[in-house]
Ligand binder design. Structure first.
Ligand SMILES: [Zn+2]
Length: 236
């Protein structure tokens, strides 16, 4: 298929909306730094048009369905809707990059969060990340999934991670700590800008021994690092 753009464009020049059959592609495009949103399973395909014609974002439509392609392309400027043919996500990415003539640079990879499409990261080193994880951990030992006794009305609330318990001597002070990209409330792990909690509990302690730089998505709190998966993507 003839590319829409004669001259190559950069990753930041493309914004897309994927139909709900292309969720994996949407996430993969984010991995390449492309601003991508997708419809949820329950959403009507027509919502693609709403997102594509929003003057704020002006997204190109990507659809897997030939029938939807015929319908959707009537509502957008010529060429602004692409019918994705391949079943393989890596090939689908190639279809998009070829059609829109996108050049992906080294710096574009991981410039967007694959989970939420956010593009702002807060960075911290291993020592800071480990200290924050410890500060965020409730001071009393909490067993999850071990005690199934439903009668335990006085059990700890695992979601109340900001709570400080125990005698005053064990209480830790909470402060806003500044990192490149944003600040975090030390005991709750709450990011000041968005109010979301950093997902440091999902990072195994052993990772802090191997990795020194952590990238935390300001929008959703997901924590990333340059691990094997990251390197694999960059080599492509
Ligand atoms: Zn995110």
């Amino acid at each position: 298929m003839k590319p829409l753009n004669q001259k190559p464009i950069s990753v930041t020049d493309l914004r897309v909306v994927c139909d709900n059959m292309l969720v994996a592609l949407s996430k993969k495009l984010r991995l390449h730094g492309i601003d991508s949103v997708h419809l949820e399973q329950y959403e009507n395909q027509g919502n693609c048009i709403t997102l594509a014609t929003d003057p704020e974002s002006k997204r190109m439509i990507l659809t897997k369905s030939p029938a939807h392609f015929i319908q959707l392309k009537k509502s957008v400027p010529p060429g602004h809707c692409l019918h994705i043919v391949s079943q393989v996500v890596e090939e689908q990415v190639e279809e998009v990059l070829r059609y829109f003539n996108v050049t992906v640079s080294e710096d574009d990879y991981f410039s967007r969060c694959t989970v939420c499409n956010g593009s702002k990261y807060l960075t911290m080193n291993a020592e800071e990340a480990r200290a924050l994880k410890v500060a965020m951990t409730p001071s009393e030992t909490v067993s999850y999934g071990v005690d199934d006794d439903d009668d335990d009305e006085y059990g700890h609330n695992p979601y109340d991670i900001g709570a400080v318990s125990g005698p005053p001597s064990q209480q830790r002070s909470s402060v806003w700590k500044q990192y490149p990209g944003g600040s975090v409330y030390t005991t709750s792990g709450c990011i000041r800008e968005t109010g979301v909690v950093l997902q440091l509990s999902a990072v195994a302690d052993g990772i802090f021994e191997k990795i020194n730089e952590f990238f935390c998505c300001v929008r959703c709190g997901k924590v990333f690092w340059q691990g094997s998966h990251w390197d694999k993507v960059k080599k492509k």
